[in-house]
Design a protein around this ligand. Structure first.
Ligand code: ZN
Length: 383
């Protein structure tokens, strides 16, 4: 994997990540394909929307269908018929947030499956091995994502273990080889909760290990948004300019724009699909709740400036009808639009960075996103 920064406007960067499954133009929004599927969106639709890379969740795929089945299929790309790049997380976030956790030890984490209660262990070594079997283009190290709020002492001890785990992941990565003939990259994850000194220690230790890219984890876990920006801004200063930076699990459109402005290249979030399925559509003029009676006879598109299939083809009135009638098509059309909007946002940011007009465009977009007549309810950030 190669990264090249091709333009910069302030801290905001436009770059290229080259993988064996294609080039990713950054900043990039990565749709989340939790269980080998981006919920309510087909692979051919993702291609049409311009998705360049999608995410898979190691925890979910490991439990179901199981790593062996994915390996028998020839890897995750073949299993889910997706020929573009895939990033898989390390399972850490889900293990700590979803499971009945049995034990966190230096060696690894023992947990019970949220499906059937069966007992499993993730270690830095087996998490790298599992991602080798998936064949993801970008693999993530196993880390502990600390909750918020988090005591300083806990955050410090946890991060020291996460750093030791990162080293073990890196060793395992170097000892093992790709199974399917394409190369795989490994990213480190900076932790440290909201404490600058731990973030600095984490960044410095990981950079010494020379990962292919660096993620900032442990944010968007309930801290105030200003804290998230403050920690992102602080951490970015330590990250090498010649490697991609990935802010995990962020966020709302405004969070993405603010983070691009702070030097972040990669984003993933379930908000477009999850909120979309609940009837919340994101537009250049703020969010809309499609169930609202005001759209009953509104025969205009969701977002007149959007060129997605939903906006090209259907009206707000029809979408509202589908949501009220609980038609599956409602979820599909909402997901197509929201994913297209998030993909557009990152692509447009990239254009503006190249044109050196990012700051003014960001200000205009933020005003449009926030001052909307549509905005009916706030959403929360979640992973
Ligand atoms: Zn649209």
């Amino acid at each position: 994997m190669k990264y090249q920064c091709i333009a910069q406007d302030g801290k905001a960067r436009a770059g290229l990540i080259e993988t064996d499954h294609g080039v990713i133009e950054t900043p990039v929004y990565m749709p989340v394909g939790t269980q080998g599927s981006v919920k309510a969106a087909q692979q051919r639709e993702l291609i049409e929307m311009g998705a360049e890379i999608i995410l898979g969740n190691t925890y979910h795929l490991y439990l179901r269908p199981g790593t062996d089945i994915i390996e028998q299929a020839g890897g995750l790309h073949r299993f889910m018929s997706w020929a573009k790049p895939i990033l898989t997380d390390s399972g850490g976030f889900q293990v700590f947030s979803l499971t009945d956790l049995r034990k966190i030890e230096e060696g690894g984490v023992t947990f019970r499956s949220h499906h059937d209660g069966s007992l499993h262990t993730f270690t830095p070594e087996n998490v790298v091995q599992i991602q080798r079997q998936f064949g993801s283009d970008i693999m993530m190290v196993f880390d502990e994502c600390t909750p918020y709020p988090c005591e300083f002492k806990y955050a410090k001890d946890s991060n020291e273990m996460t750093v030791r785990w990162a080293e073990r992941c890196k060793t395992m990565f170097e000892k093992s080889s790709p199974i399917y003939g394409h190369s795989q990259a490994l990213f480190g994850i900076v932790q440290g909760s909201v404490y600058p000194e731990i973030r600095e220690m984490s960044s410095r230790s990981l950079i010494e290990m020379e990962f292919d890219g660096y993620a900032i984890g442990g944010l968007a876990v309930g801290e105030p948004v200003e804290e998230m920006y403050r920690i992102t801004e602080f951490t970015e200063k330590f990250l090498p300019a010649n490697k991609p930076r990935y802010l995990m699990g962020i966020g709302l459109p405004e969070n993405i724009l603010e983070s691009i402005d702070r030097g972040i290249d990669m984003f993933d979030c379930v908000i477009p699909t999850r909120n979309g399925r609940n009837g919340m559509l994101f537009t250049r003029n703020g969010t809309m709740n499609m169930r609202n009676a005001r759209y009953k006879t509104d025969f205009t598109p969701v977002d007149a400036e959007c060129d997605c299939y939903t906006c090209r083809t259907f009206t707000r009135s029809y979408l509202r009808h589908l949501f009220i009638a609980k038609e599956i098509l409602a979820l599909q059309l909402a997901s197509i639009h929201n994913l297209t909007f998030f993909l557009w946002l990152a692509k447009e940011a990239r254009k503006k960075i190249i044109e050196k007009r990012f700051k003014e465009w960001k200000a205009t977009m933020l005003a449009r996103l926030q001052a909307s007549v549509f905005t009916e309810h706030q959403t929360s950030i979640s992973q």
